[in-house]
Design a protein around this ligand. Sequence first.
Ligand code: 5GP
Ligand code: MG
Length: 192
Amino acid sequence: MQRDIDRILIPSRQIAERVGELAAELADKYAPAGAERSCELTIVAILSGSLIFLADLIRRLPMRMRIALVTVSSYPAASTKSRGARLLEQITVDVAGRDVLIVDDILDTGGTLRAVRAELARRQPRSIRTCVLLRKPGKAPPDVPADFVGFDIDNYFVVGYGLDFDGLYRNLPDIAVLRPELYTSGPGGDRA
Ligand code: 5GP
Ligand code: MG
């Protein structure tokens, strides 16, 4: 697996540090000093890319929470080019009147967050905010904001820490850039 990596973009130590800071920002927003018990957050996490981020983040948050998982597909198999976001099943958690935090791995074109946000907004939550580990520059339109962002990165296709290419590399502890020949050749090699 290591042989497929071109370089490490964000090492695991730096990810852990930033996740801790993000958790502190979230705690400040939702459960300011002493109010942890009155706050109850509903986290809607987008699978599969956010799985490790979610697991690390929620264990650093002090407030009561419910967690719902949704699966959104936008990258068919060995592709690095989004084909538009599609919710693979209905969101069943009750969000009416609740504070909802959507957690995703990357904000790229914004299609994924827009689809999930629209679906949740119809159910009249008290608030909806979004938290992403990574944000790529300039592509997401202003109607798809990220309220909490781990890292801004350049326009690379990255893997590791939950992020995959063709289902692989999610278990890498770091966020890394693949060797370009792995995704610029073959049937799925349609990177824009
Ligand atoms: P968007 O819908 O904002 O264009 O893309 C967001 C989704 O595409 C993310 O949730 C993520 O699953 C996937 N994605 C976007 N950029 C990358 C990337 O560089 N690497 C990987 N593995 N997935 C990405
Ligand atoms: Mg995703």
